[in-house]
Design a protein around this ligand. Structure first.
Ligand SMILES: O=C(O)C(=O)C[C@]1(C(=O)O)C=C[C@@H](O)C=C1
Length: 370
């Protein structure tokens, strides 16, 4: 049993809590003043027909606060706190409808809440295709889709749809992905099949081979869908987040079963180009492209030269087959550091455009502020 507090500690605790209560009231009053200003901004935007969500402004608010933070609050805590504040302020201006791979409890939902804050209208979708469809049709203002995973690489369906639809990227966010084996009963005995999204099954491949070598690996549309199935059938287990586990009343029979302890997934935030202007330069930006080059000696080298010449860093380079009748041609997905408003980036992009058979900017957006 803990020692009872000495009387002087008791008094000190009471005095500190009284100060905290008083400060919380001041904070609340200040937050309400802030919310009032956001409503006024919302009025101006409504008059101008301007868009409410400004990712570069939100990134600048967070970066500015981090740069002046003197502690003891950790700088890493600034982003989640202010994301929530701005999410609540934004909701007073207009509702933000966000489509993601559902149902409730998926990592995609977690990423959407981390990026936009919790004051959003959630639009869970059954597949990545549906996220693109719903966002293209305007039934959601934004769509959030997984783009790449640190263990498994690019998410093929997302890359293909980024190429073929007009949606463009206005933001990115990434998430540590911890997978758990979940089940209706608290035991590993008698599991006949493990249901999860193919990416999750792949990210837990070694663990499954060691611990459940005879169980079928059953790919389903999302991890949360697997959790829903496991809740209804005791012969099944699911791989999903602890959130999905509590959502469907499942036990965590084995925690953190992903093969890579630092497993991360990066998500892109998409919108319709005619509905949203491209975010302005924030100082820490990424530009995503997809290009193809004619199949000839030195073609790949020609892609890299303009970047080197103009001093632009490439942070990602990934290829996908172009499906051009077995011709072994490829699309290259490239992420560059910087914004086209910066002259050296604009020059590098122009030079790339000149040497590519196909060239599409997928979006320019502030880097993840987490
Ligand atoms: O500055 C704006 O444009 C606002 O609408 C205010 C605010 C904020 O709360 O700070 C809210 C939403 C935008 O995404 C950016 C910032």
């Amino acid at each position: 049993m803990a020692d009872p507090l000495a009387p002087q500690d008791d008094a000190a605790l009471l005095a500190l809590r009284t100060k905290i209560d008083a400060l919380d009231r001041e904070l609340l009053a200040m937050l309400n003043r802030r919310a009032g200003y956001a409503q006024e901004v919302g009025e101006i935007k409504r008059r101008q027909g301007a868009i409410v969500f400004r990712p570069e402004r939100e990134a600048a608010v967070i970066a500015g606060l981090k740069s002046v933070n003197t502690g003891p609050l950790l700088s890493d805590n600034i982003a989640p706190i202010w994301r929530e504040i701005m999410s609540a302020c934004r909701a007073l201006e207009t509702p933000t409808r966000v489509a993601f791979l559902g149902p409730a409890g998926t990592f995609s939902e977690q990423a959407a809440l981390g990026y936009f804050g919790s004051s959003i209208v959630r639009v869970p979708c059954a597949s990545i295709d549906e996220v693109f469809r719903v966002t293209s049709a305007g039934a959601a203002d934004f769509g959030l889709v997984p783009v790449e995973n640190s263990t498994e690489g690019g998410v093929a369906r997302t890359l293909d749809l980024l190429l073929s639809t007009p949606l463009f990227i206005i933001g990115e966010t990434s998430l540590f992905v911890r997978h758990n084996l979940l089940r209706a009963q608290d035991s590993m005995d008698g599991i006949q099949a493990v249901c999860a999204h193919p990416q999750a099954l792949a990210q837990c491949h070694a663990w499954l081979s060691t611990h459940l070598p005879h169980a079928e690996r059953r790919p389903v549309a999302s991890n949360a869908e697997g959790a829903r199935m496991a809740a209804q059938d005791t012969s099944l287990a699911a791989i999903a987040s602890t959130r999905a586990g509590s959502e469907y009343g499942l036990h965590v029979v084995a925690p953190a079963i992903q093969d890579d302890a630092h497993n991360r997934t990066r998500f892109a935030v998409l919108t319709q180009p005619d509905k949203h202007p491209s975010p302005r330069a924030s100082g820490r930006d990424c530009t995503s492209l997809v290009v193809s080059v004619r199949n000839r000696p030195g073609a790949l080298h020609d892609l890299v030269v303009p970047l080197k010449e103009h001093g632009v860093s490439m942070t990602r380079f990934e290829s996908r087959p172009a499906r051009s009748g077995g011709q072994w041609e490829y699309y290259f997905y490239i992420d560059l550091q910087g914004h086209p408003d910066e002259p050296h980036v604009a020059q590098a992009l122009q030079a790339l455009r000149d040497c590519c058979a196909f060239f599409k900017v997928l979006g320019t957006y502030p880097l993840d502020t987490h």
